[in-house]
Design a protein around this ligand. Structure first.
Ligand code: HEC
Length: 243
């Protein structure tokens, strides 16, 4: 009995242990909702407007995207398809990787699968986590990815802030707070929800069938319940004669 209890305790502790070992900054929780189509639509718009200058999403087809997030083909063409000509094209970009590498030192990664690689909370923290740093080529550093070479492309929305650095008891430098240097166009809550829509979109493109699977799952469970009821009634019927 005690052995079982111990095993259970170890198992319950494992996920916590794994994330603790992930290390680095503590990530903010991104409370996204994949079934919120309006949020996915806004996320897609934000992505096309602010990210596709540098990042592709090469596994995402425009027409599939439109269908999943509830846009008509017309809406998709006018709002999303600036970089493509045909609805079945994927979200490629025109910038050659070699140029990007010359400009930024690294090629901006394709973002199709980034949510699976990094997790939604990381993305949320990353997109909210830029702060001014003169020692970096792009003038900013990032709390989730120290030494990041991505510029703060959303600075007009979030504004610019400087980190207040303190030395903790063990002599490490830690960020204790931020001071606003340039006000953004959005309030803090508005910026959070702007980023949340983007993260929702990135999570969706990393596994588009998830939406379909969840919709289908509801029907499967409904079917199983009906089936259960029928089998029960049938059993009653048969056993009536046996008894
Ligand atoms: C001006 C070009 C540019 C734009 C625009 C841009 N990025 Fe980036 N991004 C980069 C570069 C360069 C990197 C590589 C950073 C590195 O590895 O240091 C990067 C890396 C990333 C990463 C990976 C971070 C990691 O952990 O490896 C994510 C996620 C990301 N960008 C998201 C976005 C999103 C979302 C947008 C739109 C709001 C965006 N980027 C717009 C240049 C850009």
């Amino acid at each position: 009995m005690t052995r079982w209890l111990l095993a259970l305790l170890v198992l319950a502790g494992l996920p916590g242990f794994a994330s603790a070992a992930g290390g680095g900054a503590a990530y903010e929780h991104a409370n996204i909702n994949l079934s919120n189509q309006a949020s996915l639509q806004r996320g897609a718009r934000n992505f096309v407007n602010y990210c596709m200058g540098c990042h592709s999403a090469q596994y995402v087809r425009y027409n599939r995207l439109a269908e999943d997030v509830g846009l008509s083909e017309d809406q998709m063409v006018t709002n999303l398809m600036w970089a493509a000509e045909k609805p079945h094209e994927t979200m490629e970009i025109a910038m050659p990787g070699s140029d990007a590498e010359r400009w930024f030192g690294v090629t901006p990664p394709d973002l199709s699968l980034i949510a699976r690689a990094r997790g939604k909370d990381y993305l949320y923290t990353f997109l909210k986590g830029f702060y001014l740093d003169d020692t970096r080529p792009a003038g900013v550093n990032n709390i989730a990815l120290p030494g990041a070479s991505m510029p703060h492309v959303l600075w007009e929305l979030q504004g610019l802030r400087r980190a207040q650095i303190e030395t903790d008891a063990e002599g490490h430098e830690v960020i204790s707070g931020y001071e606003t240097v340039v006000e953004g166009q959005l309030t803090e809550e508005e910026y959070d929800s702007f980023v949340l829509d983007l993260v929702n979109f990135l999570v969706y493109i990393a596994e588009p069938v998830k939406l379909e699977r969840e919709r289908l799952g509801v029907w499967v469970i409904f079917f199983l319940l009906v089936f259960l009821l029928m089998s029960y009634l049938l059993k009653q019927e048969y056993w009536k004669d046996v008894r």
